[in-house]
Design a protein around this ligand. Structure first.
Ligand code: SAM
Ligand code: SF4
Length: 323
């Protein structure tokens, strides 16, 4: 198992397979995707090498993310190759869901275990205002199909932003009364491109937590390797609520994940100053060399991000790395 000097164990890889996105979420890519990096993303062979190296170091779970991962034509093959890697127990994807209804059957067939779909509002016009796309109903159909196919671990990501979805807890609660999904409210994080938006919109997840506790929601006891999200359940609701509060004290204490960009750079933190380039090792299909490089990098992992000091590292927007 990969460890760092603070005693944390890392069994979870978040792999970005593209930084291109077709949405223009106000908090992420307000002007849409700008092609400011080479589009020479990791090939399937390079991904195979990478995932094998991580698996040999004790990684059990891989999340495929982006940009928008479902824009890649070979996304299903990538799910399959991750699933077929020895020691990888769980393969997940994070998507804006734009073509989920057309893809989810083949994803399920390829062995997808878990699905995260970003839905910041259940109000179609607010959804369009935030993302630039009128696709809410289509996305929900994709989620319903995933449920029909028996994918049990389905999470909805909703970024909290004062101007947009401050008062929408009740809409989400109504939805999960009879729907077995986990809605996770994510505190808006500051990035290089979105400082102004952040100043106007940051909202602490504590507000939601207080409302939930007042309504009788109870916190789920966290497993040792569960990562930083807090989860709540209520006996009268089928679904759950999760809170991701990166600005809260001790958030990084339970960090269990490492990230690799679509260009093959290892990021020890979402807000690290730089990525460590693994590309040449991946191109050479050097699994032991890649594993060695990952292990060696761990000694540089910091105890925490410094978002409270407004230091956002090299991360200009989260589409770069996948959140
Ligand atoms: N395009 C896919 C999607 O939207 O699900 C995957 C990539 S996206 C960068 C991953 C997650 O990061 C999404 O749930 C998105 O809402 C979240 N995200 C993006 N920018 C963020 C920010 N500044 N603060 C908090 N979450 C953010
Ligand atoms: Fe694209 Fe996801 Fe960023 Fe929205 S949050 S712009 S869907 S990468």
């Amino acid at each position: 198992m990969l460890n760092d000097k603070f005693g944390r164990q890392f069994n979870y890889l978040r792999l970005s397979i593209t930084d291109v996105c077709n949405f223009s979420c106000t908090y992420c890519l307000p002007d849409g995707y700008q092609c400011d990096t080479p589009r020479d993303f990791l090939s399937k062979d390079e991904i195979t090498t990478l995932v094998n190296a991580f698996a040999q170091l004790g990684t059990k779970k891989v999340r495929i993310t982006g940009g928008e991962p479902c824009l890649r034509k070979d996304v299903t093959d990538i799910i399959k190759l991750c699933k077929n890697t020895p020691n990888i127990e769980k393969v997940a994807i994070t998507t804006n869901g734009f073509n989920l209804i057309n893809k989810i059957d083949e994803f399920a067939e390829a062995g997808l275990d878990a699905l995260n779909v970003s839905i910041d509002s259940l109000n179609p016009s607010m959804f369009k205002l935030i993302t630039g796309h009128d696709k809410l109903q289509q996305i929900i159909k994709g989620i319903e199909r995933a449920q029909q196919l028996g994918i049990k671990d389905i999470k909805i990501n909703a970024v909290l932003a004062k101007q947009f979805n401050k008062n929408q807890l009740s809409d989400f609660l109504h939805w999960i009364k009879t729907n077995k999904v986990t809605v996770r409210f994510i505190e808006l994080m500051e990035t290089g491109y979105t400082s102004e938006f952040f100043e106007l919109n940051h909202l602490s997840g504590q507000t939601i937590k207080n409302e939930l506790l007042a309504q009788g929601w109870l916190q789920v006891v966290r497993g040792k390797l569960n990562g930083p999200a807090e989860e709540y359940f209520h006996p009268e609701y089928q679904g759950r609520i999760g809170l991701i509060m990166p600005y809260s004290k001790d958030f990084c204490k339970t960090c269990n994940r490492l990230r690799v960009s679509a260009l093959g750079k290892l990021h020890l933190c979402l807000f690290a100053e730089q990525g460590i380039d693994l590309r040449s090792l991946l191109t050479e299909q050097d699994i032991p060399g890649t594993a060695k490089a990952i292990e060696a990098a761990m000694s540089n992992k910091h105890i925490s991000h410094e978002l409270d000091k407004r230091l956002t590292g090299a991360t200009t927007h989260l589409a770069m790395l996948g959140g």
